[in-house]
Design a protein around this ligand. Structure first.
Ligand code: ADP
Ligand code: MG
Length: 367
């Protein structure tokens, strides 16, 4: 997967940005708050996912304008494509001149993986970030997963509302039985996919982490509900989920909320057998987050046959030279966009193009 050109109009602090990146490493550099991350964020929107900074659409439009226009020419393993996105009162997305129903329809057309310092939350913060990591990755790979997850969430909201009203009538317990059944079915589908994904992820990440640490540390990641051995089929997980809901019902009625299920699950990330969150050093935690992202990219590559574009926001300065070197070598043979303040260190380690960003404008540097 390769981006051939990027055009932005009235996106964040960029009035007009237009550039043609190279095939390998593209270094986007400049002082703080000039618009480097904004440019990565704009490219990311073409994956069909929301802003990785959690911004709402109207925050993406330049102050004082009412629409932002973005376009991306890219080439996958088969052919070239032209994608357009207009943000404003009327949001529009086009692929090769054909209107799409929503931005989400870009999913499965253009693949990228983003890594920024905020991803350290994957290791350091609570389970919400890790579940979001899994859900985003799986939604991108399996549209059916997004359906089950949405249905699970809807039913969960309904069940929780019902738990608050139960005292009104004994008949409502029948409704609760129904909800439990739907919830258990959706939960089983969600847990099944999450376990499959995490097992694959663990395999790839183990290998990458060995490389990054020169075989001195061993990495593992396990989904909290995964018991070792053969992967349980969805039917068996369904029975388990139903049992768990039944066992938790007394508590759920008491606390008026659903206390078990995939919305409470987590990933257990370990280095040398102990929790990376509790025992890892800063450098180890950073490496773990990076390795999870490289693993994600490897899964996309093997599942789709397309090598995702790598968006690395401000991460090089946080790695020591050996690890920087490893990262740049490991993401060889693909297109990379890398933001930093000072390009000299990165360009010493690899060949590539560089672009200077100043106050929302971007200027290519002569090689
Ligand atoms: N909607 C917007 N309109 C105009 N400027 C914006 C908008 N959103 C963010 N900015 C500006 O963009 C700049 C930050 O850009 P960013 O890409 O995060 O910088 P950096 O180069 O440090 O990565 C800030 O100066 C901010 O005020
Ligand atoms: Mg930035």
């Amino acid at each position: 997967m390769k981006i051939d050109s990027v055009t932005l109009q009235n996106y964040r602090n960029a009035e007009t940005v237009n550039f043609e990146p190279g095939e390998g490493v593209n270094v986007i550099y400049g002082a703080n708050a000039q618009g480097k991350t904004n440019i990565l964020e704009a490219m990311w929107l073409f994956t069909g996912c929301k802003s990785f900074r959690g911004a709402r659409d109207n925050e993406l439009i330049k102050f004082g304008s009412d629409t932002a226009k973005l376009s991306l020419a890219f080439t996958d393993s088969a052919r070239s494509h032209y994608a357009e996105l207009t943000l404003g009162a009327q949001k529009q997305a086009f692929l090769n001149g054909v209107a799409l129903e929503s931005q989400a329809e870009f999913i499965g057309r253009f693949y990228a993986v983003i890594f920024s310092p905020a991803h350290l939350a994957l290791i350091q913060d609570g389970p919400v970030f890790r579940r979001r990591f899994l859900d985003t990755a799986l939604c991108e790979l399996r549209p059916r997963y997004a359906e089950y997850l949405a249905r699970y969430r809807r039913t969960l909201v309904q069940r929780n509302a019902l738990l608050k009203d139960l005292y009104l009538s004994a008949e409502l317990y029948d409704v609760l039985d129904n909800y439990d059944d739907v919830l258990a079915r959706c939960a089983a589908a969600v847990v099944y996919e999450r376990i499959g994904y995490t097992r694959l992820l663990s395999e790839y990440c183990k290998e990458i982490y060995s490389g990054i640490s020169e075989d001195t540390e061993s990495f593992s990641v396990v989904y909290s509900r995964d018991a070792a051995g053969d992967r349980k089929p969805p039917e068996e997980l369904y029975r388990e989920e139903a049992e768990r809901l039944k066992a938790a019902r007394k508590n759920d009625v008491l606390f008026k909320t659903t206390t078990v299920g995939p919305h409470r699950d987590d990933l257990d990330i370990r280095l040398n057998g102990v929790s990376a969150r509790s025992y890892g050093s800063q450098g180890q935690q950073r490496s773990c987050a990076l390795v999870l992202k490289l693993g994600e990219s490897e899964i996309i590559k093997r599942a789709t046959g397309e090598t995702p574009v790598m968006l690395l926001d401000d991460v090089m300065s946080e790695l020591d030279e050996k690890r920087q070197d490893y990262v740049l070598n490991h993401i060889d043979n693909r297109q990379v966009f890398l933001t930093c303040c000072d390009p000299s260190q990165v360009l010493r380690l690899c060949k590539g193009r560089s672009f200077l960003v100043r106050n929302g404008t971007l200027k290519p540097e002569e090689p």
